[in-house]
Design a protein around this ligand. Structure first.
Ligand code: NZQ
Ligand code: ZN
Length: 387
């Protein structure tokens, strides 16, 4: 294990009815906030009403910014920054999934910054401060509720870029699993694939001596395999929703990668798919992940996929390593299929025309440090395998 510093100062109130703590939490730090949400799901499932009740009861004023897009746009971030400045707001409340939370993080940082908020994703600047960020999570997927990352898109330039800074960690997150019961099946499935992908990105690290983190990763994967199908079959199954929600946070809150180098290769490739074709993040990951696994499977890596097969899928450890590895990868694909997720790029309307360009754009310096280093040609091959 390498040295590390671990600090997650986000306060999490987890469980049914925890929104009752929201108003008092906000009132400790803010008096006038920006309330940010997406296309309206929060107005149909009670989240909006619950939040408004809390704000009123605690004398907190608010301005609203609705309409945050899945794959949130920099244009919406700019609108939010403007609203914060015009109204002298002192906090940002995100009600929604990862897109709304990411947009809120960029707004909260942008409001404290003299330049344009695109400077953060483009790498020109790193947020040093941000307004306090409060979140009420409505979708188990990205882990944005407990990490410091935001992913913002500029569709004019086909760029979808991530940035992160301690200032962007939510101050308080309300995680009420009942809020996720209204999710469409397709989003429950995509969210489960995203949680699993975060776990894979951390699990398949070049380093071998991380038994504790790897065991937790395996537990998260097993929980997704157990509860993803249950949440689909019975959308209001509290135990399933609660487990998925807590997995969402722990798959990416820094615990799984402490003490080991990780490079998010499948995510880097998926972000190009979303940047060019605006597809759902978790869907892109479900298409790419088993193909990435097949591509990086070799004599040096097969024992890692074999261990994944034995520890996560319960395969018979006495089988030959390569057979175990191949079975585990097949089972990953079959599992995503069983959730109703697409298995090919063709199914989501992506053809070969931009694959090479996307491969070139995806390949940042990080690909030298990945589980198996990948060249532009390798990434292009993985994309072609995914058609
Ligand atoms: O917009 P509304 O009306 O709220 O509907 C949303 C949206 O259409 C709907 N939804 C969310 N909660 C619901 C609900 N519908 C009914 N009931 C509910 N309870 O679901 C749709 C998708 O929502 P979105 O927020 O886009 O999904 P997700 O949480 O998957 O976020 C995806 C974004 O996060 C980024 C992705 O790239 C993508 O832009 N990521 C953020 C990360 C982070 N901050 O750490 C890491 C991830 O790897 C990821 O890249
Ligand atoms: Zn993700």
């Amino acid at each position: 294990m390498k040295n590390f510093t671990y600090s997650i100062p986000t306060t999490v109130h987890f469980g049914q009815g925890q929104i009752k703590k929201l108003g008092a939490e906000i009132a400790k730090r803010s008096t006038r906030i920006l309330m940010v949400y997406g296309g309206g799901s929060i107005k149909r499932n009670g989240v909006y009403d619950g939040a408004v009740e809390q704000l009123k009861a605690n004398g907190i004023e608010w301005v609203e910014l609705g309409g945050v897009e899945p794959n949130p746009r920099i244009t919406t971030v700019r609108k939010g920054v403007e609203l914060c400045r015009e109204n002298k707001l002192d906090g940002v409340l995100a009600l929604g999934g990862g897109s709304t939370i990411d947009c809120s993080k960029a707004i909260a940082a942008g409001a404290c910054y003299d330049g344009d908020a695109w400077d953060f994703p483009s790498g020109k600047a790193t947020p040093e401060t941000a307004l306090p960020i409060y979140t009420v999570l409505t979708m188990a997927a990205t882990g944005s509720e407990m990490d410091n990352i935001a992913v913002i898109s500029d569709m004019d330039t086909n760029e979808k870029l991530a940035f992160g800074a301690p200032a962007c960690l939510p101050t308080v997150s309300i995680l009420d699993p009942t809020y996720t019961c209204s999710l469409p099946a397709s989003q429950t499935a995509a969210g489960t694939a995203d949680i699993m992908s975060h776990t894979f990105e951390n699990y398949f690290s070049p380093i071998e001596d991380s038994f504790l983190a790897d065991s937790l990763a395996e537990a998260i994967l097993k929980a997704c395999i157990k509860y993803g199908p249950r949440a689909l079959a019975t959308p209001d199954d509290y135990e399933a929703r609660a487990n998925l929600m807590w997995c969402s946070s722990w798959a990416i809150n820094g615990f799984l990668d402490m003490g080991k180098p990780v490079a998010w290769s499948v995510h880097a490739i998926e972000h190009e798919l979303s940047a060019f074709y605006d597809i759902t993040h978790g869907v892109g990951l479900a298409i790419l992940t088993p193909n990435w696994m097949r591509y990086v499977l070799n004599e040096k890596t097969e024992h890692r996929f074999a261990a994944y097969g034995v520890n996560v899928w319960g395969l018979d450890a006495s089988l030959p390593q390569r057979e175990l590895a191949e079975k585990a990868i097949d089972m990953t694909r079959e599992f995503f299929n069983s959730l109703g997720l697409p298995a090919t790029l063709t199914e989501v309307g992506i053809d070969e025309s931009k694959l090479e360009l996307m491969a070139q754009k995806a390949r940042g310096a990080g690909f030298d440090r990945t589980f198996v280093p990948l060249s532009v040609e390798d990434i292009h091959n993985i994309l072609k395998m995914s058609l």
